[in-house]
Design a protein around this ligand. Structure first.
Ligand code: FES
Ligand SMILES: [Fe+2]
Length: 353
C-alpha cells in the first residue's frame, strides 16, 4: 500500500453514513477530515453533523450525549446545543452562553444517505449532490427500485486510497477489460468537465456472448455517471440489469478513506430489473463484486503523477485531472481555462471518428 499523494482535504460533499444508521434520538460517532464528529437526529427527524467536543469543557458528545427534542445534551454538565451548534441552555444558569458554538457542517440527506459539505475555507456549498433517481431526468423515482440498505451496500473502512482514484476509473476505458472482464472496450459518448458537477457516459456490455467481431455500434447498453465533486459519483445503467449506484469516498485522515457503495436494483422485469427482493439481492451482489474488483486495485495503488498515459488515454485522464484540481485548497480555478477545455473537446472529437 502507498499513502495517497493527492491532498486529503478536498472541498465538496462526502458521505458520512447511511440514513438508517442514525435513527431518531441516536448520536453516531465518526471521524472524518482528521476531526472527531457526531451525527445526531432530532425528534422531528433532522440530522445534524457537528464536531464532537462540547464547547463548555470539552466532553465528547458521542460518548453519553443524548438527544432531547431538537437539542443535544452534553453528558458532563447538561449544557444543550441546537442543530446550528448554538448553546441554548445551561441548566444551572439563567442564560445560555450565546457566544459559544460547536462547528456544524452543511448536511444533505438523500437516497438513504447522509452527506456533509467539507470545505477547508468554510465556504457555503456551491454545488449540490445529485439524486441517484431523479438526477437523470428519465422519470424514474425511488419507487421504481428496491431499497438498497442494508443488503445493497458495501462499506470498507480506512483504505489507503483517494477519492480521485475512483473518479479516474470512469475515464479509464482500458481497465474495464482487465478488472471487469468486459468483452469489448467501452466507448465514451460524453465527457463534460466544465462544472464542479461533471458527466461521463459510456457504452459498455458485460454480456460475454458478444463475440470479438461485434462492433461497439451494436452494443445497446451503457452507464451514465454524474460526479458531484470528488466525493460522490452516481450512476445509472441502461440496457442491462436496471441499477443505480452511488460510490462515495470520504477522507478519514491524511492517509486513509472510508469507501461506501450503494446499489439499487429496479423492480420491473420489463426494464431488466428484478421482480422480487431476493433476486434484487443477487443482482446487487453482482454489481458490488464489480466495485470490489476496483477496490482491490485502488487500495494497493500508488498514485502516478504524471501518469504514463497512452495516446487514447491522454484526453480523458487530463480532463479529469484538470477538473479535479479545482477541489483542492489553494488550486481552485487554476485549470478552468477555456483553452484547456476546448483542446480536450477537440481530442475527444478526434478520437470518436
Ligand atoms: S463539557 Fe459539556 S456541558 Fe460541560
Ligand atoms: Fe472500475
Amino acid at each position: 500500500m502507498a499513502k495517497p499523494t493527492l491532498p486529503m482535504n478536498p472541498t465538496g460533499w462526502f458521505q458520512v453514513a447511511w440514513s438508517a444508521e442514525v435513527g431518531v434520538g441516536a448520536v453516531h460517532r465518526m471521524h472524518y477530515f482528521d476531526r472527531e464528529m457526531i451525527a445526531w437526529r432530532t425528534t422531528s427527524g433532522a440530522v445534524t453533523v457537528m464536531d464532537a467536543y462540547c464547547e463548555h469543557l470539552g466532553a465528547h458528545l458521542g460518548h453519553g450525549g443524548t438527544v432531547d427534542g431538537e437539542n443535544i445534551v452534553c453528558p458532563f454538565h447538561g449544557w444543550q446545543w441546537n442543530t446550528q451548534g448554538h448553546n441554548v441552555c445551561i441548566p444551572y444558569e439563567k442564560h445560555p452562553n450565546r457566544g459559544r458554538r460547536i462547528r456544524t457542517y452543511p448536511v444533505v440527506e438523500r437516497n438513504e444517505s447522509i452527506y456533509i459539505w467539507h470545505d477547508a475555507a468554510r465556504r457555503e456549498p456551491y454545488f449540490d449532490v445529485p439524486d441517484v433517481f431523479t438526477g437523470f431526468d428519465d422519470g424514474r423515482t425511488a419507487a421504481d427500485y428496491h431499497p438498497a440498505h442494508p443488503r445493497g451496500t458495501l462499506y470498507r473502512e480506512q483504505l489507503e486510497l483517494h477519492p480521485q482514484y475512483v473518479l479516474e476509473n470512469g475515464v479509464d476505458f482500458a481497465h474495464f477489460t482487465y478488472v471487469h472482464k468486459v468483452p469489448i472496450v467501452p466507448v465514451f459518448t460524453r465527457h463534460d468537465f466544465d462544472e464542479p458537477v461533471s458527466y461521463v457516459d459510456f457504452t459498455i456490455t458485460f454480456d460475454n456472448s458478444v463475440a470479438g467481431e461485434t462492433s461497439v455500434a451494436d452494443i445497446h447498453s451503457g452507464v451514465n455517471a454524474i460526479n458531484a465533486g470528488l466525493g460522490v459519483a452516481v450512476t445509472k445503467s441502461w440496457g442491462m440489469i436496471d441499477n443505480r449506484t452511488i460510490s462515495a469516498v470520504t477522507p478519514v485522515d491524511d492517509s486513509t478513506c472510508d469507501v461506501r457503495f450503494t446499489v439499487w436494483i429496479g423492480r420491473s422485469p420489463k426494464d431488466g430489473g428484478a421482480p422480487d427482493p431476493e433476486r434484487a439481492d443477487r443482482f446487487a451482489q453482482g454489481v458490488i463484486e464489480q466495485f470490489e474488483a476496483d477496490i482491490h486495485i485502488w487500495s494497493h495503488q500508488r498514485y502516478a503523477s504524471p501518469g504514463a498515459f497512452s495516446r487514447g488515454e491522454y484526453p480523458g485522464f487530463t480532463a479529469l485531472r484538470n477538473w479535479a484540481t479545482r477541489f483542492y485548497p489553494g488550486t481552485e480555478n487554476e485549470n478552468d481555462s477555456p483553452t484547456a477545455d476546448s483542446a480536450y473537446t477537440d481530442a475527444i472529437g478526434a478520437s470518436r471518428q
